[in-house]
Design a protein around this ligand. Structure first.
Ligand code: NG6
Ligand code: CA
Length: 520
């Protein structure tokens, strides 16, 4: 009796096992038939303008590697970042949610807590659920910890808690403390006998500052940027300790590139997602000595050429690892261009005929087009037909589109599935989008752009950029007037009203009331 039972059990197990294996195999092959699982690399520049690349019309800078992506893939002429500054754009990119829905999605100090809810869907989280390896290298600027980070202990939550298995980041910006790399929540090269302290309100006693110790500076500040001095560069915020952990600015591009290449090599046999967030051409602009003088345009031009080289090196790695045919590369920028963003670095003086925003009006911080319309490229060798697309696309749309690509049901709240547009199979992009700039919003629908009335200066005199503020409504036809010179609000009231109604439907009533202007 006992023996029989035993046999009975065994035979059941033997019966079940092969069947479930077979079912699994069937399921897998069905999935593989329907969905492709290329590696996905998002390369994200910092403050790179619409007119900055050869492929986007630049004549004074040569960017052969990015041109190769643009000309060998889809080059979007109506591609948008969600905001004219960094943190909100990065928030929207990763979560597929408009940044103005999150009151904390503003330019953050280095001590700010994480602004992505760890329960929120993100691109890396979605991809990880589909079996992807996920990694970030470069600029984070979405906050870390819960509000009171001890930089000498493991730092969480951060990128590793919102979907990235691997992270090698700078916390905020190159001009903000702490000026250290953080790998998987730990400061790299931290010496426990030289504890790191960071404060954005008060200096630490006896520590030199850019304001009081100009003799220690190798780069001079123009506005802001006069707190702690690191490597002769005055920063935003105060920092003490951590000598061995401090980055060397001129090596940052090589450091991030090497980490990105190592990540690709280590994950070559799995589908992987890499978010490679370049620090260029944000201030302080500190090209490696190999690029100093390369552009004839001073450090700003030099770091753009350096960034282009980094992209080329990463492509070479993908190619030598035999992965280029199987990797979707997306390139864009977090916001539009700025020349003088707080340091004297010849960006204005040596600009020559270069037009960072191309034909667009405004720049970083602006509600005009140059604030958010940026280079936007999708490249997938052998899969995306090369060409130019005028379809309107947003970085917001990447979440839902990539989900569609890999067979996930996830959707970002404000993210449209534009996979076919990104893959060059359709020209049907978005019809409308809300654009943000330092807590203000504007609206684009079809060929029209509408900017609600805002108080505040029309020009930020420090950075010398038109912000888009006006007491009256502004309405532009971008097809006929890409440079936004002719305000049609008075002459086309009907269109204006239609735009206001459509805008308010998304943005809510009272959207034009701005309680707090973020930019000093
Ligand atoms: C501003 C900084 C600017 C830059 C920006 C963030 C001053 C006066 N200006 O507050 O230099 O750091 O923040 O740029 O401090 S972003 O690309 O990360 O949004
Ligand atoms: Ca930026």
């Amino acid at each position: 009796m006992k023996i029989l039972k035993k046999f009975g059990l065994y035979s059941t197990i033997l019966f079940i096992v092969p069947l479930s294996c077979q079912q699994k195999a069937e399921k897998k092959s069905a999935k593989e038939d329907t969905f492709q699982r290329p590696n996905i690399v998002i390369i994200y520049a910092d403050d790179l303008g619409y007119g900055e690349l050869g492929a986007y019309g630049a004549t004074e800078l040569e960017t052969p590697n990015l041109d190769k992506l643009a000309n060998g893939g889809r080059r979007f002429t109506n591609g948008y970042a969600s905001s004219a500054t960094c943190t909100p754009s990065r928030y929207a990119l990763l979560t597929g949610t408009y940044p103005w829905r999150n009151k904390n999605a503003k330019i953050l100090p280095g001590t700010a807590p994480l602004i992505i809810d760890t329960a929120q869907v993100t691109i890396p989280k979605m991809l990880r659920e589909q079996g992807y390896k996920t990694g970030i290298v470069g600029k984070w600027h979405l906050g870390l910890g819960n509000g009171d980070v001890d930089w000498n202990q493991p730092i969480a939550p951060g990128p590793n808690e919102v979907g990235f298995e691997q992270s090698y980041i700078m916390a905020a910006t190159q001009d903000r403390v702490p000026t250290v790399y953080i790998e998987n929540g730990k400061v790299v090269n931290l010496d426990q006998d030289d504890q790191i302290q960071v404060d954005y309100e008060e200096n630490f006693e006896g520590e030199p500052t850019g304001k009081d110790n100009p003799e220690l500076l190798k780069m001079k500040w123009h506005h802001g940027h006069n707190n702690s001095i690191v490597n002769g560069i005055p920063r935003i915020g105060f920092m003490k300790g951590g000598k061995a952990a401090k980055w060397i600015d001129e090596e940052m591009a090589d450091t991030f590139l090497k980490k990105a290449q190592d990540y690709v090599k280590a994950n070559r046999s799995e589908p992987f997602f890499l978010y490679y967030a370049l620090q260029q051409p944000h201030v302080p602009r500190t090209p490696s000595p190999r690029f100093v003088g390369s552009s004839g345009m001073g450090p700003r031009g030099d770091v753009i050429l350096e960034a282009d080289w980094c992209v080329g090196e990463l492509i070479n790695t993908l190619e030598s690892e035999g992965l280029l045919d199987n990797t979707l590369i997306i390139f864009s920028s977090d916001n539009g261009p700025v020349l003088n963003d707080g340091y004297y670095d010849d960006a204005v003086e040596k600009l020559g005929d270069h037009r960072p925003a191309g034909p667009l009006r405004g720049g970083k911080y602006s509600l005009f087009e140059a604030g958010t319309r940026v280079p936007f490229i999708t490249y997938w060798k052998g899969n995306i037909e090369p060409g130019i697309s005028d379809a309107m696309v947003s970085q917001l749309d990447l979440l839902s589109s990539l989900a569609e690509l890999v067979g996930s049901d996830e959707k970002g709240r404000d993210s449209d599935d534009l996979l076919d547009v990104f893959l060059g199979k359709s020209e049907k992009g978005r019809d409308q989008i809300v654009l943000e700039a330092t807590s203000r919003t504007a609206f684009r629908q079809g060929d029209w752009a509408m900017i609600p009335p805002y108080g505040g200066p029309s020009v930020n005199k420090y950075v010398n950029i038109e912000l888009g503020n006006d007491k009256e409504y502004q309405l532009y036809n971008l097809k006929e007037d890409i440079g936004q010179q002719k305000n049609l609000a008075q002459s086309n009231m009907e269109k204006l009203e239609e735009m206001i109604a459509a805008y308010k439907k998304i943005r809510g009533e009272g959207a034009e009331v701005v309680e707090e202007m973020e930019l000093k």
